[in-house]
Write a protein that binds this ligand. Sequence first.
Ligand code: NAD
Length: 293
Amino acid sequence: MASIAFIGLGNMGLPMAANLLKAGHAVKGFDLSSSARDAASDAGLELAADLLDAIRAAEVIITMLPAGVHVVTVWTDIAGKARPGSLVIDCSTIDVESARKAHAIAESAGLASLDAPVSGGTGGASAGSLTFMVGGTGDTFARALPLLEAMGRKIVHCGATGAGQAAKICNNMILGISMIAVCEAFALGEKLGLSHQALYDVASTSSGQCWSLTSYCPVPGPVPTSPANRDYVPGFAAGLMLKDLKLAQQAALATGAATPLGAAAAQLYGLFNKAGQGGRDFSAIIEMLRGAG
Ligand code: NAD
């Protein structure tokens, strides 16, 4: 069993840390926010006084933080102070450039490192059924696998450093674009007098089939568990979708990739967020698209 420092005990980090604890690991957590620390303590997690207290004796350090700037800052603080040979894993969703910078910081401090962003949301984090997309060497991946399996169900080694983040933003660009496509189809169907159920029954078994339709159907009824049935309480918040679409656009600009639909999706989710809707599920964008015609 490993001795683990878990940094960032928010909506995702706390249930992930709790699953490591449940699997028998020694977990010491740290978060800057007092409310996150209180929730972690209520969940039975041992808390560190500060970052250095958390990592001092750890063999493995996991970060689950809001953005690239937080990860680079924390990994810089860790470098030189963590036990030599420790393994550092970042599970946050961040830009590929910051992920590679974090790996370089770890490498120069003699630490093994992985980028391992997740998909599956807070439900998957609690259930231990996340999908991990991992970047780093094969040896480091093999070392981390038993720990990732305590938090997830599907663990994919995507390639070298940064490949996990690359896979994550490509996947979520598909998701953002496909949700808008599904919303546009339902809004058009409504204008044509087509029932939601009829469109669902056809598209879900035809070439229009996709996750946005069959898991997160943006109208109430056809998929009873989709956020549309509970006034678009997330689920996956539109603000997080915008964050991921912006990361994809940043990467497209840096590499010269053509992503015109990704750009359009980022713009539409930008407008939706600007209208104060960022806390709602990302499928609620159908309301804006209905009004756009
Ligand atoms: P969150 O805001 O709930 O948690 C982040 C935590 O990090 C906060 O508690 C914050 O206080 C803490 N933090 C920030 N800087 C810190 C520092 N320097 N030291 C210690 N703690 C610090 O966010 P979340 O929903 O848990 O998401 C975390 C990451 O996972 C993000 O990158 C997000 O994009 C990604 N993600 C989220 C979801 C989701 O459904 N929420 C799904 C997949 C991926």
